[in-house]
Write a protein that binds this ligand. Structure first.
Ligand code: CIR
Length: 263
C-alpha cells in the first residue's frame, strides 16, 4: 500500500521583515514575491506526491513560515519543540493542533530548547545540533522519549551556522551533503559524503522526497555534484526566504500520513 505523504506548510507572515537573524544582515524582503516563491515551493512538493496542507498565516509571528522548527515528525510519534528564540515559541501551538490527527505528541519542556532545523534524522539515528537555538536538556528529553522506539539520539557541535541542517542533510539513502567548515565530517564517517562547493556555503540544505530533492537555484556548482551522484533535482527560487535566513527544509514538515503506533 502506498503511503500518503503529508507536507504541512504555512503562508508567509506579513511580519516576516521582523524575522530573527543570526548570521545575516537585514535586507528588505518583498512579501508578495516571498509568497509567490513559497507557493511555487508548495507546487513542487505536490508534484513530488505530497498532499500539501497550508496552515493560515500567523500575522504576528514573523518566522512562522519556517514550520520545520516547531516539530519533529517521526513514523511513531511527533515531538513538539520549544524553539530557542522567544519570538518563535508561540509557533508551536498551531503546529501541535495540525499534528494531532496523525501522531501521539511529546512536548519539549523548559529549560530544554530545540529548533527542528537542528534535527537530522537518518534512519534510526537522530543527530541534534547544539546551536544557539538547541541545548543539551532538549537532547536528553528527546532521547528519553525516542529511545523506546529504537532511535539513537546524539548531540553534535556545529560551528558558525544557524542550524545543523544548514550544514548537512541527506540527499539519498545513507548519502549526506555536507559543508565541512560548519560540521566535522568525521562525525559522519559511516555515510557516503558529498561536500558542497566551498564558494556556496549555504548549499547543504535540501528537501529529499524519495529519489529526488527540492533545491534552491542559487548553488549551481554544488548542484553539478548532486546530479553526478544520480539524484534528480527540482529547483526552486526562494530568494526572499533566504534573506530571512531560511532554506528549503524549514518551509515544510513532511511525513507519512498513517497514525499507526499511537499509544
Ligand atoms: C530564524 O532565525 O529562526 C529564522 N529567521 C530562520 C529559520 C530557518 N529555519 C530553518 O532553517 N530550519
Amino acid at each position: 500500500m502506498t503511503q500518503t505523504k503529508i507536507a504541512i506548510t504555512r503562508q508567509v507572515s506579513r511580519a516576516i521583515i521582523r524575522c530573527e537573524l543570526t548570521h545575516l544582515d537585514r535586507q528588505p524582503i518583498d512579501l508578495d514575491l516571498a509568497r509567490r516563491q513559497h507557493h511555487h515551493y508548495e507546487t513542487v512538493l505536490a508534484a513530488l506526491g505530497c498532499q500539501v496542507i497550508q496552515l493560515p498565516e500567523e500575522p504576528e509571528l514573523p518566522d512562522s513560515v519556517f514550520v520545520e522548527d516547531a516539530a519533529i515528525v517521526l513514523d511513531e510519534v511527533a515531538i513538539i519543540t520549544r524553539p530557542g528564540a522567544d519570538s518563535r515559541k508561540p509557533e508551536t501551538y498551531s503546529i501541535a493542533r495540525a499534528l494531532v490527527p496523525y501522531r501521539t505528541l511529546v512536548t519539549i519542556e523548559a529549560s530544554g530548547t530545540v529548533d527542528g532545523g537542528d534535527v537530522l534524522t537518518v534512519g534510526k539515528d537522530i543527530y541534534v545540533g547544539l546551536s544557539t537555538r538547541s541545548n543539551q536538556q532538549a537532547v536528553e528529553q528527546m532521547a528519553k522519549a525516542l529511545n523506546p522506539y529504537g532511535y539513537r539520539v546524539q548531540a553534535l557541535h556545529v560551528n558558525d551556522c544557524l542550524h545543523l541542517k544548514s550544514a548537512v542533510t541527506e540527499i539519498a539513502e545513507d548519502t549526506l551533503l555536507i559543508n565541512p567548515t560548519w560540521i566535522d565530517r568525521s562525525l559522519f564517517s559511516g555515510y557516503r559524503l558529498i561536500e558542497i562547493d566551498p564558494s556556496e556555503p549555504y548549499a547543504a540544505n535540501v528537501v529529499r522526497i524519495g529519489g529526488a530533492i527540492v533545491y534552491p537555484i542559487d548553488y549551481p556548482r554544488t548542484q553539478v555534484k548532486i546530479e553526478a551522484a544520480g539524484v534528480t533535482v527540482h529547483n526552486v527560487n526562494v530568494s526572499e526566504l533566504i534573506k530571512a535566513e531560511g532554506a528549503v527544509t524549514c518551509c515544510s514538515l513532511i511525513f507519512n500520513a498513517h497514525n499507526q503506533g499511537r499509544k
